[in-house]
Design a protein around this ligand. Structure first.
Ligand code: UGA
Length: 429
C-alpha cells in the first residue's frame, strides 16, 4: 500500500515517518518548498525527540515533494494533515483543506481514499465529499474517511506507534477494509464508525482533557483558600480508576495549538448545530484565570512590579517541544511587562521561537543566568533541567530568594528549608 500525506507539520511529518516505519512507501507533500528541500536532505523543521533518527532509518521509503498532483498519483490513501487554525470568531479555518481537496480532485486519476487527519469540526467530511464531486475531472471513484490523530507533541512517535485506540470513520466496506489492512502492524483497538462520529471523537477527546485540567485547576484554587494540598487531592482523586491520574497536574493552564483552538472550534460548531456548550466556555475561563492568578502571585510576593526583574524559566507551552503557540508564557510575560516589570528568560528549546513572539526580554543562556539579578524566579514550563538545578547557587544569584512555581515542580517544605520563599499552585500559600 502506498500513502500520500499532505502537510508536513507536527502531525503530518510524524505520521509520514511512522507509516514508513510500519513498512509503507510514503510521499510527504507540502507547499513550503524550503521545508521540502530540507526534508529531502534529512533536515527536520520541528523539535520532536527521535524523529530525525526514524526519518533517517526509513529514508528509502520516504519521498518529499511540493506538488499535490505529482505526490498523490500512486497513493492508495491520501491523508490531509494541513493546519486548521482558528478564525477570530473561534471557528476552525478550513480554507487550506478546501484548497488541498480542490487540487486532489482536479488531478486524481484512480480510486483513492481521502482522509481527514487534521482536527476538523463535525460534518467537514460532508463538505469534502461535495467538493470532490464538484471538482473531479471525469469518472473517478473515491472514498472520504476520518482518521483523527491523538499524538502529543514531544511524545509523538510513541503515541503514533502505540496508540490507545485508532479511530476510523468510513462510509464504505472498501475503505473500511483498506484501513484494517493499513493498521495491521499496530496493536491497538480499532473504533470503526461513521465519519461524523470519528470527527466528533477528536474534538470531544481534546475538550475532555482540557476540561480535566481546568477542573483540577479550579480545585487547586479551593485548595489554596482552604489549606488543602492539590497534589494529595489529585492523587486521591486520580487513584479512582474511573477518573484516572493523568491530566490532573494543576498549574498555570493548558496551551499549545490543540486544546485552546479545539475548545473554541467545538463550541462554535455545537452552537451552529443548535447547542450552546456552556461547560466548555467555563473550561476556557478557568484556564485564563490561572494565568491571571499566577501574575497576582508574583505581584503579591514582590509588592510593586514596576522596575522589578522577573526571571522566567520555561517559555514553550510544555516541556519537550519548541512550540510557543498559545503558550501560557506569552500572556503571563505580557501582563508582567504591562505592569512595568523587566523579564529575564530561558527555555532549553523554544528561545528562537520565543524571540519571534516575545519582545523586550533579556534572553539568557541558562537558569543561573536568569536568576542573576532577578527579584524572583518563576517556573512556567516544567523542563527536567529546572527540577535538577543547584538551588543553593540559584539562591545566591537571586536578589531575593523567591520562587513562584507555576508547575509545582518543587516540594514547598524542602525548598523553604533552603531559605526560599515559595509559592506553588493549589498549595498552602
Ligand atoms: C494534545 C492531546 O493530548 C493529544 O492527544 C492530541 O492529539 C493533540 O493535543 C492534538 O490535538 O494534536 P498536545 O497539545 O501536544 O496534545 O499536548 P498535551 O500533552 O496534551 O498538553 C497540552 C497542555 O496541557 C500543555 O500546555 C500542558 O502543560 C497542559 N497540561 C497537561 C496541564 O496543565 N496539566 C496536565 O495535567 C496535563
Amino acid at each position: 500500500m502506498k500513502l500520500a500525506i499532505i502537510g508536513t507539520g507536527h502531525v503530518g511529518l510524524v505520521s509520514a515517518v511512522c507509516f514508513a516505519e510500519m513498512g509503507y512507501e510514503v510521499t510527504g507533500i507540502d507547499s513550503d518548498s524550503k521545508k521540502i528541500e530540507g526534508l529531502k536532505k534529512g533536515i527536520i523543521p520541528i523539535y520532536e525527540e527521535g524523529l530525525k533518527e526514524l526519518l533517517d532509518k526509513n529514508k528509502q521509503k520516504l519521498k518529499f515533494t511540493t506538488s499535490i498532483p505529482e505526490g498523490i498519483q500512486e497513493a492508495d490513501i491520501i491523508f490531509i494533515c494541513v493546519g486548521t487554525p482558528p478564525k477570530t470568531s473561534g471557528d476552525a479555518d478550513l480554507s487550506i483543506i478546501e484548497d488541498v481537496v480542490t487540487q486532489i480532485a482536479s488531478s486524481m486519476k484512480s480510486y483513492k481514499i481521502i482522509v481527514e487527519k487534521s482536527t476538523v469540526p463535525v460534518q467537514t467530511g460532508k463538505r469534502v465529499k461535495q467538493l470532490m464531486e464538484m471538482k473531479l475531472k471525469g469518472k473517478v471513484e473515491f472514498d472520504i474517511a476520518s482518521n483523527p490523530e491523538f499524538l502529543r507533541e514531544a511524545k509523538a512517535i510513541y503515541d503514533s506507534l502505540h496508540p490507545d485506540r485508532i479511530v476510523i470513520g468510513v462510509e464504505s466496506e472498501r475503505a473500511k477494509n483498506l484501513f484494517i489492512e493499513l493498521y495491521k502492524p499496530i496493536n491497538a483497538p480499532l473504533v470503526i464508525t461513521n465519519i461524523e462520529s470519528a470527527e466528533l471523537i477528536k474534538h470531544a477527546s481534546n475538550s475532555f482533557l482540557a476540561m480535566k485540567i481546568s477542573f483540577i485547576n479550579a480545585v487547586s484554587t479551593v485548595c489554596e483558600l482552604s489549606g488543602a494540598d492539590i497534589r494529595k487531592v489529585a492523587e486521591g482523586i486520580g487513584l479512582d480508576k474511573r477518573i484516572g491520574k493523568d491530566f490532573l497536574n494543576a498549574g498555570i493552564g493548558f496551551g499549545g495549538f490543540c486544546f485552546p483552538k479545539d475548545l473554541k472550534a467545538f463550541r462554535r460548531i455545537a452552537s451552529k448545530l443548535g447547542y450552546e456548550f456552556g461547560l466548555l466556555e467555563e473550561v476556557e475561563k478557568i484556564n485564563e484565570e490561572m494565568k491571571i492568578g499566577f501574575v497576582d502571585k508574583i505581584e503579591n510576593a514582590l509588592w510593586n512590579l514596576k522596575d522589578k526583574t522577573i526571571g522566567i524559566l520555561g517559555l514553550a507551552f510544555k516541556p519537550g517541544t519548541e512550540d510557543m503557540r498559545y503558550a501560557p508564557s506569552i500572556d503571563i510575560i505580557s501582563a508582567l511587562q504591562e505592569s512595568g516589570a523587566k523579564i529575564r528568560a530561558y527555555d532549553p528549546e523554544a528561545m528562537e521561537e520565543a524571540k519571534g513572539v516575545l519582545k523586550d526580554i533579556t534572553y539568557c543562556k541558562d537558569a543561573y543566568d536568569v536568576a542573576k539579578d532577578s527579584d524572583c524566579l518563576c517556573i512556567v514550563t516544567e523542563w527536567d533541567e529546572f527540577k535538577n538545578m543547584d538551588l543553593k547557587k540559584i539562591k545566591d544569584l537571586l536578589r531575593s530568594p523567591i520562587i513562584i512555581d507555576g508547575r509545582n515542580i518543587f516540594e514547598k517544605e524542602k525548598i523553604e528549608k533552603l531559605g526560599f520563599k515559595y509559592k506553588g499552585i493549589g498549595i498552602k500559600q
